[in-house]
Design a protein around this ligand. Structure first.
Ligand code: ACM
Length: 262
């Protein structure tokens, strides 16, 4: 399957502009599946919960979702993207997968980072794995990476590719994803944004370096630290069906769950 990412620098609050920008970046990608960054239409640094609620939109009514669905059907491309979701007086940092057949799947970020804890509710929806051609897509968002349980859960639920919209600021995740893929024998696509947001007395420098990793922990492709970049690679998803590290070592079946309880 041909899969990839588009990293870029969204402008805070300019939703229509950011959606148009992202879609223009991927419209000529020769890909069946593309990943966009976390909160790709709103930007990241909210000043208050009120501001978050004002910019967040309900799913599926949001214009961003409608545009992604139209694009996906037209280009026959699955798109995974992070967006701010509003439900009543609550906001969620969510990721969606839109498929060319019109299906829509949603994940609400479980592990909120820093002041996201002020601006968003943490998600509680059960994980859904998205079937698409040979892919079984598991979604997680940015800081979820630091909890190994997250990738493990996605792998145990059957994901063979983890799609990971991100707004990373710490320097650890890109390296960690090599281990996450190796220990679960899955592919991952981390799509991180670039640029700097200076708002609310805070400055966030996003680290770019989006990355695609194989079940053997090999890096197929790295984004630059600062530049807007679109990358597509061809992967064989069957690789993720083999959970054996050696003929004697299976990363799922060999877990000593009989010994892990506290
Ligand atoms: C993050 O979770 N956006 C660092």
């Amino acid at each position: 399957m041909r899969v990839g990412f588009a990293q870029f620098n969204p402008i805070f609050g300019k939703k229509d502009q950011n959606v148009a920008k992202a879609l223009s970046l991927i419209e000529n990608a020769d890909a069946e599946l593309m990943v966009l960054p976390e909160l790709f239409d709103t930007g990241y640094v909210f000043q208050s919960k009120e501001e978050t609620l004002k910019l967040a939109s309900p799913i599926p009514e949001s214009n961003t979702v409608k545009e992604l669905k139209r694009f996906s059907a037209d280009k026959k491309m699955a798109v995974i993207a992070g967006i701010a979701e509003r439900e009543g007086d609550k906001a969620y940092n969510s990721a969606i997968t839109v498929l060319p057949n019109g299906s829509l799947y949603k994940y609400r970020k479980y592990h909120l980072f820093y002041k996201e804890k002020i601006h968003f509710e943490s998600g509680k929806l059960p994980i859904e794995i998205v079937p698409y051609k040979d892919a079984r897509i598991g979604m997680m968002i940015c800081f979820d990476w630091i909890f190994p349980e997250m990738c493990r859960l996605l792998a145990l639920k059957g994901a063979n590719i983890i799609c990971h919209p991100s707004n990373l600021v710490l320097p650890y995740c890109q390296k960690a994803m090599v281990t996450r893929c190796l220990e679960n024998r899955v592919f991952s696509i981390t799509c991180n944004r670039t640029g700097t947001e200076k708002r609310a007395g805070e400055e966030f420098k996003f680290t770019g370096m989006s990355r695609i990793v194989t079940p053997e922990g090999n890096v197929l492709c790295d984004g630059s630290r600062v530049k807007e970049q679109v990358e597509v690679v061809d992967i064989n998803l069957k690789m993720a069906d083999n959970k054996n590290v050696t003929a004697y070592n299976h990363v799922i079946e060999d877990r000593r769950t009989d010994l892990y309880s506290l």
